[in-house]
Design a binder for this molecule. Structure first.
Ligand code: FES
Length: 94
């Protein structure tokens, strides 16, 4: 299990390994637009992973995700594609 803190709300939740950040954010009852329901078609779930990026880096940015400018910043990810793959604390903002 990993702890995720969602900014700016400051809500912290515990999520299982393999959970997408979108699923974690929605489970925390934080509203994050996700127009294509996680099918990498819209880019509306874009977030910045402020801390614990290494935990998410193992879920690599694939071509479809990179299409949404996720290579401009190492902090930039699509929440529907970034998975929690470790036990460190991550802090996500949008
Ligand atoms: S929900 Fe559309 S790209 Fe993530």
């Amino acid at each position: 299990m990993s702890l995720i803190t969602i900014m700016p709300s400051g809500k912290t939740i515990e999520v299982a390994e393999g959970t997408t950040l979108l699923a974690a954010i929605l489970a925390a009852e934080v509203n994050l637009t996700h127009n294509c329901e996680g099918n990498v078609l819209c880019g509306t779930c874009h977030i910045f992973v402020q801390e614990g990026r290494k935990v998410c880096q193992r879920s690599l940015v694939k071509k479809r995700e990179a299409r949404f400018h996720c290579r401009r910043s190492s902090k930039s990810r699509l929440a529907c594609q970034a998975k929690v793959l470790g036990t460190r604390i991550s802090r996500s903002s949008y």
